[in-house]
Design a protein around this ligand. Sequence first.
Ligand code: MG
Length: 382
Amino acid sequence: MSIALAPYAACDASSRGRKYPEAAPAYRSEYQRDRDRIVHCGAFRRLEYKTQVFVNHEGDLFRTRLTHSIEVAQIGRSIARTLNLNEDLTEAIALAHDLGHTPFGHSGQDALNACMHDYGGFEHNLQSLRVVDVLEERYAEFPGLNLTFETREGILKHCSLKNATELGDVGRRFIDKTQPPLEAQVANLADEIAYNNHDVDDGLRSGLINVEQLCDVRLFGEQYAEVMRRHPDIPERVRIHEIVRRMINYLVVDLVENSRRLLGEAGAVSIDDVRNSNNALIGFSAPVRAESLELKRFLREQLYNHYRVRRMTRKAELIVSDLFGVFMDDPRILPPQYHDKVRATPDSKTACARVVADYIAGMTDRYAIREHKRLHDPSETT
Ligand code: MG
């Protein structure tokens, strides 16, 4: 059953198109084609072995960047469909939003950013755009995936003014202080809903945080009380899942209802009204935003900064910065497919650093660990 899109939703007819013009797809929408290209690209498959919070080999049940991205797409699509927005565009942005993540999650990105300090820095969000614009080499007629403007601007969630200027049209909204289409706003908040909730689930599974602590956090505590009232005798794992699914539902329902209100108040009747609005038109109500922030704070203090997570973080930083230093000292030991890229920029250390950063950022956790071992252990074959 196809449902009519709202007048302010993104659609093929209002798309700003692709950088390299292509004939319209025969049986798909433009955003479906974007989504399909993302699913078939190499960077997407590598998400399976990249850390969300827990390093991949710590356990088979923890989220990875891939399962995280799929959960973001699920939540985003369901919100988009309810609000009569473009589900395909929301899905494309959700599936691509973390393509630029380094191995080892945020610690890997922070380490690489520190290494790149004198060479323009490194930002995973910008890197996601670089992956789909430049680094994926799969098509005969254009570099990258040649995605639509709307998918690209949705991937670029935040951006410094300096980078925005260099990026041109897709960075324009950060200079003009305009809004991205609603589908990008939905994907952004679906990301937040997904990670807050799955990090509660993974954190409890790991034993690094516990239910008693979480009961002091309103969002969790309220759903805990409700589940205990309805189902006092269910097993612990089922109880946790019941709580998490209710938390997700609570946040999604609030987001949908509050966004409906915001859209009504703004009187938006076109995608241009959305772009020119002073504020985002997708958002939680103030009380629920506060609850979501409280949970975020709890996770930062109790989970992301737990000493066991920090120990893994430290190891990740050491590996990433060591790899960077070794390749910068002698770019000739990069894999052969990178040699031409380095040779093309013989006099520029900055350009060489970007090639090295692209190589490291593309690594999965296990590839980075293996590559590090290969470079340091003489008994390893190269
Ligand atoms: Mg994410």
